[in-house]
Structure formats: C-alpha cells, structure tokens
Design a protein around this ligand. Structure first.
Ligand code: AHR
Length: 493
C-alpha cells in the first residue's frame, strides 16, 4: 500500500503575497547564456527580432518571466557599461576573465538588454560594478538609464532611446566576498553604503537597492550588512547552489543512481534552514521585515557537459532538477514574508537553465515546466500549511518525502503544489481544506519513467507536463494519489 501524508491548509489565515519576482531569471555574460542562447545578431539565419532569437524569447514570454538579473554574476564586477553603448561595431572586444577566457564582443549592452526586457515583458534587475568600477561610474549608469533630462539622457536618446527606462531593482555588486573583490564583511558593508549613496532614482521613481549577500551559511555576513548598511539598502541577497559534493562541482547532471538523486534533493532542502536563519538574522535589525532577502542565485551546479568549455557551465537538466526547483519554490512560499526576490541560475544554457539551445534548435527543460506549472503563484497569497510526511531516505540522505505549498490567486482560486521526492513509492496525500471551499479539482503532473529523464535535441519532448487525474474532493478533504518522483500542481474550483 502507498505511504500516506497529510497536509492541512489554513485558508482562513492567508499569509503574505508570493511576490512574482520570486520567479526572476538570471542572465549573465557567461558561455552561451547571452551569445547564442538569446542573442544571435540581426543578420543571423535564426529567426530573430533585432538580434534576439524568436523561439527563446517566445518561450520566456510564455513563462511570464517577471524580472531578469543582468549582466552578472561575477561578470558584473568587471563590466563597464560605456563599453556596451553606441555603434556595436565600435564597441571594445574584451576578455571574459571569469568564464572560459573567451572574447566578449559587447554586442549586448544596455540598449539591447532593455529591448530584450520589452520583448519578454520583464523588469530589469541591474547588477552594478563595485569590484573594479567606481561610485561615479555606477551613478552615471543609473542616470544614463533612468534620467528624464540632462546630457546622459541626451546621449541615451542619441543612441536610440529617448524615454528613460525603469530600473526597479539594482544590485550593489555581486559576491563581494569572492569574485566581486574578496572583501571582508565589514569592508563590503562600508563599500555598499558608499556606492548605494550614489545610486539615485529620478524624482517620483524608486530603485530598490540590493546588497551583495552571503555565501550559503555565512550568517555573520548578513549580520554585518544589516548592522552597518541597512539604512542604505532595501534588500540583502543570498547565494546558495545545490552542488551535491562540494567545490569544484563534479557530480554528473544526467548519470546518477538513487544515492545521487537523494544527495541532490537533500542539498536542495538545505535552502529551508538557510532562509530561516538568514531571515532570523535580518529580524534582529528589521523586525518589521521592511528589507527583503533576495535569493538571487540558486539552483543545481553539476559537472560541465562532456565536450563543452568547462568555463561555460553548461549542463543537462533532468526530472531531478525539476524536483529541486519545486522544493525551492515551496520553501520560498513558507518564507514569502521575507523572501521577495529569487533568481534561479541561469535562464538559458547555463547551470539549471529553463532553456537549452544548440545552433537553431531549442528545448525546454523539466525546470522550465515547473516554472510554467507554478505560474499561478505569481502575486498570489500564500496559504499557510502543515505537512505531515513520511520520510524518504537513501544511504545517509534523509528528507520529508512530500514537499508542498498552497496559494490563493487574485481571482480567488486555490492552487496546491505537491512533490513526491521518493523515486520509488507513490504516496496518498490527504489535504484538509481548512477555510477553502472547493468542489472540483484539476491539475497537471510532471514525471517520467526514469529519474534522469531529460529533453535533448533528438528527443525534445521526452518529459513534459501532462493532465493529472489522480485527485478528488470529498467535502472538505482533497485526496491525491501522488506518483513516485513527481511534481503536481492542482487547481481547485
Ligand atoms: O552563476 C554562476 C556564478 O556563480 C555567478 O557568476 C557568481 O555570482 C556565482 O559564484
């Protein structure tokens, strides 16, 4: 007989909003994340709009990507915005020192990125250069993008964009403890205050400033940033990758056994503890939760795909990655009072990507489909839940077998997400619908016969969501037959 789990929904006690920016994407100048994956140039045979490939833009548009973080990552702290404006042919060609030592043509600069945001329908989250830039350079970039008048606005108009752009979120450097300058927390907090002082939004507009945050469990970093710089910033970031076995990442993205499955999911579950503890640290200085925690880099980081430039961080994406994504999105629901921005790394062709391309070909990954299934969560209200789940364990890896979350969208419809992390056993989930009245349920499921099912260029539709018919409502109980290794999204009516 299948295991049983119980979930209790507290529809009568609605929680915080699940900010749509939890679904932010990250697009760094890294490998084929930008060049090849998004940008092919106006003269490419690959169908494009002003240089951005139509297939990828179309797929991202369907996902409703709310915001994109750009241009890095580590790349941000060596990026000089002036090198990416004006006639493309005259822009300097640089070396991308962090990522494969390849040339960076600067073909995609501010104007192109903002055009991409218009094409996708996303907001911009710009990462400024603290590492080897100056406060003046940062201030002038912000003025160039946002000022309604003045000589930088005139220069922007001359370069093709008269109207100011909106920059709702701005990062004050990236990983200042590492590639952003190898700073101590106290020094980074001082630099953050200094740079943030000169990031000034035009009258009547707002730019939310995000401090470079901790690496994993470095709670002292968050404490120092909050203690010293909280007045100058609106949010603090946190980076944590699911690496399954330390640095440098060596586990295969596709070739793994059940221990590899369990190890990865246990590492993903660690986000719960990290977010809880960083949030608690922020509470010490900001009990009213005015500042947000921006988990603006997370996701799986496996060994590079065979035959690719290791600096390009290209990896396949399987059903296991899909579960990593759903586990994170459920954890963020629990902490949505503090976690109001997150960005999975990265959008196209890099790490845990939504989309993989190869020349003119494109596939949607299992992670893409999880994002598609969770779309109703954007700006919905979180409904608190209690979960009693059987444990799933393999070797030393132990975790709750069922991950869950629930929201009520603006139209009043309730959506319940359930994932079964156990790759072998189905589980029957009884959901007590407290404060929720519904009489019918429909849904979608993402699963496959094997743990490492993935989409490649020969079988692009090996794994995709299907209609789910394993749920029924009886009075105030929703009963769900949740197959092994699956992600299910239910829509109640
Ligand atoms: O996402 C890849 C890299 O990981 C980013 O550039 C950096 O911020 C992090 O270390």
């Amino acid at each position: 007989a299948p295991d049983t789990a119980t979930v209790t929904l507290h529809g009568e006690k609605p929680g915080p909003v699940y900010d749509r920016r939890i679904f932010t994407q990250f697009a760094e100048h890294l490998g084929n994340g930008i060049y090849g994956g998004l940008w092919v140039g106006k003269n490419s045979k690959i169908p494009n709009t002003r240089g951005f490939r139509n297939d990828v833009v179309g797929a991202l548009k369907e996902l409703g990507v709310p915001m994109v973080r750009w241009p890095g990552g580590c790349f941000a702290d060596e990026y000089h915005w002036r090198e990416g404006i004006g006639a493309q042919a005259k822009r300097p060609v640089k070396i991308n020192t962090h990522w494969g030592g390849v040339t960076e043509p600067n073909e995609v600069g501010t104007h192109e990125f903002m055009d991409l945001m218009d094409q996708i329908g996303s907001e911009a989250y710009i990462s400024g250069n603290v590492g080897n830039g100056t406060p003046r350079e940062m201030a002038e970039w912000v003025e160039y993008m946002t000022a309604p008048a003045g000589s930088l606005a005139d220069e922007r108009a001359k370069n093709g964009h008269k109207a100011p752009w909106k920059v709702p979120y701005f990062g004050i450097g990236n990983e200042l403890w590492g590639c952003g300058g190898n700073m101590s927390a106290a020094y980074a907090a001082d630099e953050t205050k200094r740079y943030a002082t000169f990031v000034v939004a035009p009258e009547g507009t707002k730019i939310l400033k995000v401090a470079s945050g901790a690496n994993g469990d470095d709670y002292t970093w968050t404490e120092t940033m909050m203690r010293d710089a909280a007045k100058q910033i609106d949010g603090v970031s946190l980076h944590y990758y699911t690496m399954s076995g330390g640095w440098p990442p060596s586990a295969s993205a596709t070739e793994f056994d059940e221990a590899g499955w369990a190890h990865t999911l246990a590492d993903a579950e660690r986000m719960e503890e990290l977010v809880a503890k960083h949030s608690a640290m922020m509470d010490k200085f900001d009990p009213q939760k005015k500042l947000f925690l921006a988990v603006d880099e997370w996701g799986t980081w496996f060994a590079p795909e065979k035959g690719t430039n290791p600096g390009f961080l290209r990896q396949q994406n399987t059903l296991r990655d899909a579960l990593v994504a759903s586990v994170h999105l459920d954890i963020f629901a629990k902490h949505a009072d503090r976690v109001r921005v997150t960005a999975i790394a990265q959008m196209v062709n890099v790490l845990q990507a939504m989309i993989l391309t190869d020349g003119a070909k494109m596939v949607k990954t299992p992670t893409y489909y999880v994002y598609e299934m969770y779309k109703p969560y954007m700006d919905a209200t979180v409904l608190p839940i209690d979960v009693k789940s059987p444990w799933y364990n393999k070797d030393q890896w132990t975790m709750p077998g069922v991950s869950a979350s629930a929201v009520r969208d603006k139209a009043g419809k309730v959506h319940v997400a359930l994932s079964n992390l156990d790759p072998n056993k189905p589980v029957t989930v009884g959901v007590a619908l407290g404060g929720v009245s519904a009489s019918s349920v429909s849904g979608r499921i993402l699963t496959a016969a094997t743990m490492n099912a993935h989409n490649d260029f020969t079988t692009p539709n090996a794994i995709a969501p299907a209609a789910f018919t394993g749920a029924r409502i009886d009075g105030t109980t929703l009963t769900v037959a949740l197959p092994a290794k699956s992600v299910v999204m239910l829509d109640l009516q």
